[in-house]
Design a binder for this molecule. Structure first.
Ligand code: NCD
Ligand code: ZN
Length: 350
């Protein structure tokens, strides 16, 4: 049995760090093991242009622990009004690595999202020209579509068309949750990839709903049935470079999740690489983790892999019950439970 695992330092290709006082904790947690992170722009108000992204990046850097080399890679939030010029300026800033498509109303803080994809086709054409990846929250928001089918319908009704229309556009289908999404990515050209979260590898909707509603498992896209979870595990450990790590760690204060209308998002950053390691370990595929966590992401984005390493040991530890979150606190995924792997050299970028 393998009890020690040394990995080239991994990156997180999808994280929510929030802003203001929350950054102290979220940045510390992300910088603990990850070299870089693609930072989601769904603040209130959203990050819509290069200037806002650069200021946000500075606020994040101000919270980076002294000994960390953590690099926040910034993204733009696409709206109906994002212009080709916004993309050009973003690309030239050198700070912006992608633009994020939130269909309006699809998830937390997506009210300013895109209402019609065709309306932003010129902007997407510019992104293709500049090689700026499009990150997609792939869920249709029509009220007649069942929440469990939102991802599949998005692929059928929008994404297929988008890929045909922009054959050169790099697209990441974020936090995929279904067999349909995996099949779509597998059949699509090399410029189409997907991120997979630790929580979608470790859990399914039974964990969220059987024996009582557990709001801390509620995220979007919502966890699906076990057969989809199994398909996700298979994709993650397949060694196919189209699938790579993106935690979608999305903190919310406890009172907003434990509410009559609780909000969507799971906080995993405090133990992200450990949770992925557990998922790969359960699937007897620890040897497949390094490519998924440390190489396939940078390959897709055209960046070098990190130079240094982290070391994980098989050792039980208890997850905290709560984590500070600005003036509030949050309940992390796995709160109070045992996590089976631990990273040794936290915060020690060499
Ligand atoms: C995210 C958030 O809270 O910002 N929530 C979530 O359930 N994943 C938004 C998102 O990525 O959909
Ligand atoms: Zn997200």
């Amino acid at each position: 049995m393998n009890n020690i695992l040394k990995l080239t330092r991994p990156d997180d290709w999808h994280i929510h760090l929030r802003d203001g006082k929350a950054l102290k904790q979220t940045v510390k947690d992300a910088a603990r093991t990850f070299g870089r992170a693609i930072v989601m722009p769904n603040l209130i108000p959203p990050i819509k242009n290069a200037q806002q992204a650069t200021c946000y990046q500075q606020r994040i850097l101000n919270e980076c622990p002294n000994n960390s080399q953590f690099q926040p890679l910034m993204t733009l939030y696409l709206t109906d009004n994002t212009s080709s010029n916004d993309i050009k300026i973003a690309k030239e800033s050198g700070n912006i690595y992608a633009a994020k498509l939130y269909p309006a109303g699809a998830t937390t803080n997506s009210d300013s999202g895109v209402t019609s994809l065709t309306a932003i086709y010129p902007t997407l054409a510019t992104m293709a020209d500049y090689g700026l990846p499009l990150l997609v929250h792939g869920e249709i928001t029509r009220p007649d579509i069942d929440i469990y089918d939102r991802e599949k319908y998005f692929i059928d009704e929008q994404l297929n068309q988008l890929v045909k229309e922009f054959p050169n556009l790099k697209i990441v289908l974020e936090h995929i949750t279904t067999k349909e999404a995996i099949d779509f990515v597998l059949e699509a050209p090399v410029n189409i990839a997907a991120t997979i979260t630790a929580h979608h590898l470790l859990y399914n909707r039974n964990d969220m709903l059987v024996g009582g509603i557990r709001p801390h498992y509620y995220c979007l896209p919502i966890m699906k049935r076990n057969s989809h979870q199994q398909a996700l595990i298979k994709a993650a450990i397949s060694g196919n470079p189209k699938f790579f790590l993106g935690t979608d760690s999305a903190p919310h204060p406890q009172f907003k999740k434990e509410a009559s209308c609780g909000c969507a998002g799971c906080y995993t950053a405090y133990a992200a690489i450990e949770l992925y390691t557990e998922a790969f370990d359960r699937a007897n595929a620890l040897d497949k983790l390094e490519n998924f966590a440390s190489y396939f992401g940078p390959n897709f984005y055209g960046l070098p892999a990190n130079q240094d390493t982290i070391t994980l040991v098989r050792r039980n530890w208890q997850a905290p019950y709560t984590i500070p979150f600005g003036d509030e606190q949050l309940i992390p995924l796995r709160a109070g439970e045992i996590i089976q792997w631990q990273c040794l050299n936290e915060n020690t970028h060499e």
